[in-house]
Design a protein around this ligand. Structure first.
Ligand SMILES: Cc1cc2nc3c(=O)[nH]c(=O)nc-3n(C[C@H](O)[C@H](O)[C@H](O)COP(=O)(O)O)c2cc1C
Length: 315
């Protein structure tokens, strides 16, 4: 069996660390099956090779190590670890440039000295992205169930939800960051939420169709500007798809380089801590590192209209 272990180590190294996926042909049986326990999906060797190539594209400096192989009759278990930097998009997830530190195990069966079936619990589309700081809010997208846990609930219509949201009054923020070329980027966001004061955590929610979205994955920091009652045009600019929203705008860089817009009611710079992928949106949780508050009143946003936050009637 030491031959098998040597062959596996060498094929693994060739495929994962050098991109020579055909080296895997030497260790698998013609009827090879790959069972992904996490996703409840079974596929074959072609799928495994694709996975390896996709991961190597996303993580060009990927280094994986076989830490241990245990063989017991026709059963085996392989324990591995991996490191690397998330530099290129993986599927529709933009790179975070975070360093991967992952470990996993594969359980399998041999026939005629070759691997006929492998069972993995680790899935790159779930676990790797989670290890890279972009976990998905997976449970939020399963089937809804009633209190008994059995009956499917009818979903409210999008129109009803919009009606509900129109009753919620918010301010308007402009969320900013720098892209990989160091250019300022930003968009208007009403989905801002303070989370806690100690630690000073805030959250914003951004749609993945936004052109600012990839930069928010690459960047370690972001700016959040609470728009003032005098900045109506600034909102229009940052709600647009304009190429250079910062042209003619009075702004300065925060200590970590995030664009802070002068004349805002208040601005913060924050270090991005988590990015939760939520299908069409990403929920970004960040820790405030710098703050500016002016004496200008904020703008108020209610049911798609803007109001002067300085002339509200107290009740
Ligand atoms: C008042 C207001 C609030 C908005 N809130 C959000 C929001 O919370 N999240 C979001 O992703 N887009 C929001 N948008 C839409 C974006 O600002 C808009 O799609 C913008 O064009 C995106 O720009 P980009 O693609 O250049 O990033 C809002 C727009 C307005 C006018």
């Amino acid at each position: 069996m030491s031959d098998f272990k040597t062959l596996v180590r060498s094929a693994w190294d060739a495929a994962w660390n050098h991109g020579d996926c055909d080296a895997l042909d030497a260790i698998v049986h013609a009827d090879y099956e790959l069972e992904n326990a996490g996703l409840g999906r079974t596929s074959g060797l072609a799928d495994l090779k694709n996975q390896v190539l996709e991961m190597r594209l996303a993580i060009p400096d990927l280094r994986t190590t076989v830490d241990k192989i245990v063989v017991d009759g026709d059963d085996f278990a392989l324990f591995w670890s991996a490191t690397g930097t998330f530099m290129n998009a993986f599927g529709d997830v933009p790179p975070t440039r975070r360093v991967l530190q992952s470990q996993g195990a594969v359980q399998g069966t041999l026939r005629e000295g070759r691997i006929i079936r492998e069972r993995v619990a680790w899935d790159p589309t779930v676990d790797m992205l989670s290890d890279l700081g972009t976990p998905g809010l997976g449970s939020a997208f399963g089937r809804s169930t009633g209190a008994s846990g059995s009956t499917a609930l009818e979903m409210p219509s999008i129109e009803d939800l919009k009606e509900f949201n129109r009753k919620f009054v918010t301010g308007v923020t402009v969320v900013t960051t720098q892209d990989s070329a160091g250019r300022p980027r930003g968009l208007a966001v009403s989905a801002y939420m303070p989370i806690s004061l100690d630690p000073p955590l805030v959250a914003v929610c951004v749609q993945n169709s936004s052109s600012t979205y990839p930069s928010l994955f690459e960047s370690e920091h972001l700016g959040i500007n609470i728009i003032a009652n005098t900045q109506r045009l600034v909102v229009d600019t940052f709600a647009s798809k304009s190429d250079d929203k910062f042209a003619g705008l009075d702004w300065h860089a925060g200590p970590e380089g995030s664009p802070l817009i002068r004349g805002s009611a208040a601005s913060i710079e924050a270090e991005i801590k988590e990015r939760f992928r939520a299908k069409t949106h990403v929920l970004i949780v960040a820790q405030v590192t710098y703050l500016e508050v002016s004496n200008v009143d904020p703008m108020v946003y209610k049911a798609a209209r803007f109001y002067d936050g300085g002339s509200l009637i107290e009740i």
